[in-house]
Design a protein around this ligand. Structure first.
Ligand code: GLV
Ligand code: MG
Length: 336
């Protein structure tokens, strides 16, 4: 039996393998400027679940052409074992996008897991990227459909269209919140990315985060929170990351090695929650079996568990298993 996945039931018609791709851990997603060879080298040794090599905002316009080739080289020659390898291209309103995709995917498509598309505004932009990827895969003799897409939501138009965006391609693996561009796009009165704007008194991001999360979950995609720019303030990072994790987000960007450990910890279940989830699954399986009396609900200590408890436990156990956690308790069958 395959391990349960955190992201719920696959969408109808999902191709085999897609579900596994979408459930790969992405607790920490490390941004690496594609124009900086030192960072491209260093990133390989860091314990992030995902790296994304950036051709967009971390790359100056004059450096983009050279960065495409540095990224191809780093993907083909580097050791990225254990990491999801992503390249962020420029958005479709620029003139760089098609050449970013063609250079990187023709040059290193077999060593690349996903292309991240920033500032997505509607479903057609995802469809266009999907078609371009398919043509490159066919031309190069790569497996068609293997390379996934990550869609960044970074403005009001993207958020309003997020349901259609999330449904636009079977290649989609994640929907990513881009707080910096988003704050600018809606004129939010704060310059500290990820922090609350002064004078509001409530969580100014709640609606945006939930809106993205609902679209992602409807289509069995992962939901990822974007960057926190005060890179020396790890406590501030933790607080913002906890907010996203509490809602159900799968991971968050990291801009600095100092944020990786915090992200990996916050987006993994605690050992206690993981053990508890595994116990619920064992107890539920036993009590619903013939040997356990084929019951619809049962007691685990002082707690009543039923099918809904099983589903909640599946989420936590799926995340724990994906993160390589080991349980420290076992289920004892009640005496007959
Ligand atoms: C990320 O791209 C952001 O704009 O926050
Ligand atoms: Mg952005």
């Amino acid at each position: 039996m395959t391990a349960p996945t955190p992201a719920g039931t696959p969408a109808p018609g999902t191709a085999p393998g897609t579900r596994d791709r979408r459930s790969r851990p992405r607790r920490s997603c490390l941004a690496v400027p594609g124009s900086n060879p030192r960072f491209l080298e260093k990133a390989q040794g860091l314990p992030a679940d995902q790296v994304f090599l950036d051709l967009e905002d971390a790359c100056a316009p004059l450096a983009k052409e050279g960065a495409r080739h540095s990224i191809v080289d780093a993907l083909n020659k580097g050791d990225w074992t254990g990491k999801i390898r992503v390249v962020r291209v420029n958005d479709w309103t620029t003139h760089w996008t098609y050449r970013d995709v063609i250079t990187v995917v023709e040059g290193a498509g077999q060593n690349l897991d996903c292309v991240m598309l920033p500032k997505v505004q509607d479903a057609q932009q995802i469809v266009a990227l999907d078609l371009l990827l398919t043509q490159i895969e066919k031309t190069m003799g790569f497996e068609v459909g293997r390379i996934g897409i990550e869609a960044q939501i970074e403005n009001a138009r993207g958020l309003v269209n997020v349901d259609a965006i999330a449904a636009a391609s079977p290649r989609l693996e994640t929907i990513v919140f881009g707080p910096a561009d988003f704050m600018a796009s809606i004129n939010m009165k704060s310059l500290v990315v990820g922090e609350q704007p002064p004078g509001y008194g409530a969580d100014a991001y709640h609606y945006i985060l939930m809106r993205i999360l609902m679209a992602a979950r409807t289509h069995d995609l992962q939901a990822i929170d974007g960057p926190y720019l005060q890179i020396r303030n790890v406590d501030g990072y933790r607080e913002v990351a906890r907010r996203a994790a509490a809602l159900g987000y799968d991971g968050k960007w990291v801009l600095h090695p100092g944020q990786i450990e915090a992200s990996n910890e916050i987006f993994s279940p605690s050992q206690e929650d993981y053990d508890h989830a595994e116990l619920i699954l064992d107890a539920y399986e036993y009590h619903t079996s013939e040997a356990g009396g084929a019951k619809g609900s049962a007691m685990l200590g002082d707690e009543m568990i039923d099918e809904a408890s099983r589903k909640m436990a599946l989420v936590v156990s799926g995340k724990g298993r994906a993160a390589g956690m080991r349980r420290t308790t076992s289920f004892d069958r009640p005496e007959a």
